[in-house]
Design a protein around this ligand. Structure first.
Ligand code: SF4
Ligand code: SF4
Length: 335
């Protein structure tokens, strides 16, 4: 059966031509393409059928699925879900048990060589992979079986790319990312904790428009999203250059938007496009909101002294401290 094109799906959902073209233009901007590519993207969205996607979820918190589902403006939410034909997604599909297994097997049989696999979560290898099993099969066996006939594999979130939090020391389950297992297929990494949905959509649109995955760095991350350091585009950079640093939460520098480097900001060592595309549909991003970058798009971010500098003064530490003090005060009052 012919699947509808992305554009047909959008029209069916009531998305106007004007909003469709705005989507093509904003996706071109995320991809770092000039406006001359907008007609080419629009043409691909009008003519190409939606790619079939099988979404696998292993050792994770489901934060990347949340990131995709929580797109707040309805038109963008529709667009994200309409860019792909999601044939299997354990967390959000209605089917369960044998019915869900059948959807998976039908998808990989009916679309052999033509489907994309999206992987969310790390894959444990220790003790034969017993620490993550679905339907009696280990995640490592499943991923090999499902990726065998895929066109390409997209790893979303730090866990699927580099092992993420499950792989943090002492990595009790021997968790690894997809690229450590799948060696014979194109694999692209979209790390972050969670993935930024704009980068996922842009990757799929690029794939549909140009028939290949975008250019990547040595960690298999697309250059359009991970080609520059956070630090290079940060709006607090002028304060870094002028040695104006926040030294304590809520101090004068913090209130005036100074640099967060001395509070543990990993922006100078982290490649991601957060300052330019931001989060929550461009509303803000962590450094803009006054929190240091924690380097969530880099390997081993959880082990790399993540909160070392910031921890002593952190909002969370203070909140915990205040809560503890309140607890003591209440105890004293009631005694
Ligand atoms: S806040 Fe972080 S990313 Fe921004 S200028 Fe300072 S160190 Fe660089
Ligand atoms: S600012 Fe840093 S920690 Fe925050 S989402 Fe971007 S890369 Fe991750």
């Amino acid at each position: 059966m012919e699947r509808e094109t992305i554009y047909e799906g959008l029209v069916r959902k009531g998305v106007s031509r004007r909003d469709f073209l705005k989507f093509c233009a904003s996706t071109a901007a995320v991809l770092g393409l000039s406006s001359s590519f907008v007609p080419k993207i629009a043409e691909a969205m009008e003519k190409k059928q939606k790619p079939v996607v099988v979404w696998l979820e292993y050792q994770d918190c489901a934060g990347c699925s949340e990131s995709i589902l929580r797109a707040s403006k309805p038109t963008i939410g529709q667009i994200v879900l309409d860019v792909v034909s999601l044939e299997y997604h354990e967390t959000i599909m209605a089917a369960a048990g044998h019915q869900a297994e059948k959807s998976l097997h039908d998808a990989i049989k009916n679309y052999k060589g033509k489907y994309l696999v999206v992987v969310e979560g790390a894959i444990p290898l220790k003790d034969g992979g017993v620490y993550c099993t679905i339907g009696g099969k280990s995640a490592v066996d499943l991923i090999k079986e499902i990726c065998k006939d895929a066109m390409a594999v997209i790893a979303v979130g730090n866990c699927a790319c580099f092992g993420g939090v499950p792989a943090a020391k002492p990595n009790p389950t021997g968790a690894v990312g997809v690229m450590d297992i799948i060696k014979d297929k194109p694999v692209i990494n979209l790390p972050g904790c969670p993935l930024n949905v704009e980068n996922f959509t842009a990757t799929v649109v690029y794939f549909l428009t140009f028939g290949k995955l975008p250019a990547v760095d040595k960690l298999k991350r697309p250059l359009f999203a991970y080609g520059k350091l956070i630090h290079d585009n940060c709006e607090r950079r002028g304060h870094f250059d002028a040695s104006e640093y926040v030294k304590a939460w809520g101090d004068k520098g913090h209130r005036q938007g100074w640099c967060l480097f001395q509070m543990g900001c990993k922006g100078p060592f982290t490649n991601h496009n957060c300052p330019t595309i931001r989060w929550n549909e461009g509303v803000s991003w962590p450094v803009m909101a006054g929190h240091p970058c924690i380097g969530c798009s880099e390997p081993k971010f959880w082990d790399n002294n993540l909160y070392a500098e910031a921890e002593k003064n952190s909002f969370y530490a203070k909140a915990v401290g205040l809560a503890a003090m309140a607890g003591i005060a209440n105890k004293v009052k009631t005694e």
